[in-house]
Design a protein around this ligand. Structure first.
Ligand code: PSU
Ligand code: MN
Length: 303
């Protein structure tokens, strides 16, 4: 038995070497509110198709790791009462073994994509090293997976709630190349810059594909491509800094930790900004899906 269940369309595309882009489901179930999430999920898939690749949204449903959700499965993941667990890579065994359902994070989506033969994955924000991690040890498993699994992850950096310098150090230690897309600065999700430099820069999908292909000849680690939020959608700095300070205070006051940190923070941004952060979130993830598809097309053409 194979460890993953690719849809027929995804299996056909992988077997014939056509471009495929993996998409995660935690961003849908825990990152965006019901209603909006289904709209974004569909637009992500349309965006990937419009750029010439096959989308494969990934989740665990009734104990099965599904790679390439059907329209009905996508609705199920986005449904208001879905109440899916957030599954990182360590949770796949328990969830699948116990016949449960859940949404996959960057770590688990990346691993399942790789198991299905998919090398390119688009998401919004990567998990990283949390502020205060030297005490809490809260370092996202997303980093450990980038260290070990050769998937290209296209994202808009990490949120400024994380310790960005420490996150970049961990990526360096683990031999994960970090590329800026048309930028020399590592982006911070809602903001185009973080004040931290990226070691390498690429300026078009063909360059990104060439780097990924070359990297795979020498290393087993993943590649991180950081694509800043489109300029017109970038969040105002003052609003961003205020929401961040409030969000951090909310986490502290509520004693929120572990896997609840990101969802609680995102929820605060979405409600306190009157939806402005949702527009930003949607714009960046769509932009990443488009770019990932263009790179998948370039990789398939050069294979
Ligand atoms: N960053 C975001 N939105 C998200 C996430 C991260 O801006 O929805 C999700 C992703 O699925 C990511 C996960 O893999 O949170 C990281 O969670 P943790 O830090 O608990 O590993
Ligand atoms: Mn964590």
């Amino acid at each position: 038995m194979t460890p993953v269940s690719p849809s027929g369309e995804v299996a056909d595309a992988v077997n014939s070497g056509r471009p495929v882009v993996a998409l995660e489901s935690t961003i849908l179930s825990h990152g965006l509110p019901p209603g909006r999430n289904l709209d974004v999920a569909r637009r992500l898939e349309e965006t990937v198709r419009a750029a010439g690749a096959v989308p494969a949204t990934i989740a665990v449903l009734d104990g099965e790791a599904v790679v390439g959700l059907s329209p009905a499965q996508l609705e199920r993941v986005c449904a208001p009462g879905a109440d899916l667990d957030k599954l990182s890579l360590r949770d796949l065994g328990p969830a699948i073994g116990l016949g449960r359902s859940g949404a996959t994070t960057v770590a688990s989506t990346s691993a399942l994509a790789h198991a299905a033969g998919i090398g390119v994955f688009a998401t919004g924000g990567l998990g990283g090293v949390h502020l205060g991690a030297s005490e809490s040890w809260d370092v996202s498993a997303d980093l450990g997976v980038l260290a070990r699994i050769p998937t290209l992850v296209v994202c808009s950096g990490v949120k400024s709630v994380l310790d960005i310098a420490a996150t970049l150090e961990v990526l360096e230690t683990n031999s994960v190349p970090v590329l800026g897309y048309r930028t020399d600065e590592f982006p911070a999700f809602y903001r185009r810059g973080s004040g931290h430099c990226v070691p390498w820069r690429v300026d078009d999908p063909a360059q990104a594909a060439a780097v990924v292909a070359a990297h795979r000849r020498y290393a087993d680690s993943g590649v991180l491509l950081a694509n800043p939020i489109p300029a017109e959608s970038e969040m105002d700095r003052e609003l961003h800094d205020r929401l961040l300070a409030e969000g951090l205070e909310k986490l502290r006051a509520g004693g929120v930790h572990g896997q609840d940190v990101t969802p609680v923070l995102l929820e605060h941004f979405h409600t306190a900004s009157g939806g402005a952060s949702l527009d930003a979130n949607e714009a960046l993830v769509l932009s990443n899906a488009r770019l990932a598809a263009e790179i998948a097309v370039a990789l398939a053409a050069s294979a």
